[in-house]
Write a protein that binds this ligand. Structure first.
Ligand SMILES: CC(C)(COP(=O)(O)OP(=O)(O)OC[C@H]1O[C@@H](n2cnc3c(N)ncnc32)[C@H](O)[C@@H]1OP(=O)(O)O)[C@@H](O)C(=O)NCCC(=O)NCCS
Length: 174
């Protein structure tokens, strides 16, 4: 059985094995780059991010969710509570990634569906999701959750084209 949780101390071992599995791959969402030697400090930092406490300049409140199956974290999503002009171009509301050994079996689709329900609870009526055009798996996940392509563009910060999708929040599922 899978459940969506916010970061919790008892998943330290699973979190560490998730990062090990990622190896040198780029970590999505961005919170996976946070220091985690002191795991308790990481959990506090993530909680604070969600509450808007101790945010670095230009950051907005952001809630991290872990999808857990049989005691293991198999996917990580982050949900930003609102957008700035910069985030509309570069980050969007939602960032996501799935443990490599759990990829290819619908985990991201389910995780995004559940995260959209959380976005509805936050009062959002639409979320923006930005991905690289070359990331076909990511586009499929977004489109399977009702994402409509809003624009295709380039930015100085990245090579390659970016796609921005808008996903309406179905209030009935939140
Ligand atoms: C993108 C990612 C989250 C997808 O997770 P997942 O759990 O494997 O995705 P799902 O199984 O729910 O569905 C993936 C869809 O993409 C397809 N897909 C998977 N890998 C693919 C690939 N390399 N090329 C094309 N399509 C691919 C699957 O077939 C499926 O589509 P379908 O249902 O139409 O067949 C995962 O690959 C990942 O973590 N990648 C690294 C981080 C990342 O890129 N995050 C997104 C940043 S915007």
């Amino acid at each position: 059985m899978r459940s969506l949780i916010t970061p919790a101390l008892e998943y330290e071992e699973s979190y560490r094995s998730y990062i090990d599995e990622l190896g040198d791959a780029e970590r999505y969402p961005f919170t996976l780059d946070f220091e985690f030697d002191d795991f308790s400090a990481l959990v506090t930092r993530l909680d604070n991010f969600s509450l808007g406490i101790d945010l670095p300049d230009d950051f907005v409140p952001n809630t991290t969710y872990w999808l857990v199956e049989d005691g293991e974290i198999i996917g990580v999503f982050s949900l930003r509570h609102h957008m700035t002009e910069r985030l509309k171009r570069l980050g969007g509301h939602i960032g996501f990634g799935v443990r490599p050994s759990a990829q290819g079996r619908g985990v991201a689709k389910e995780l995004l569906r559940q995260t959209l329900a959380q976005a509805g609870r936050l009062g959002l009526s639409e979320v923006l999701v930005v991905c690289l055009k070359e990331n076909v798996a990511s586009s499929r996940v977004i489109e399977a959750n009702g994402g409509a392509l809003e624009s295709e563009y380039s930015v100085p910060e990245y090579d390659g084209l970016l796609l921005r999708y808008a996903i309406p929040i179905d209030k009935g599922t939140s």
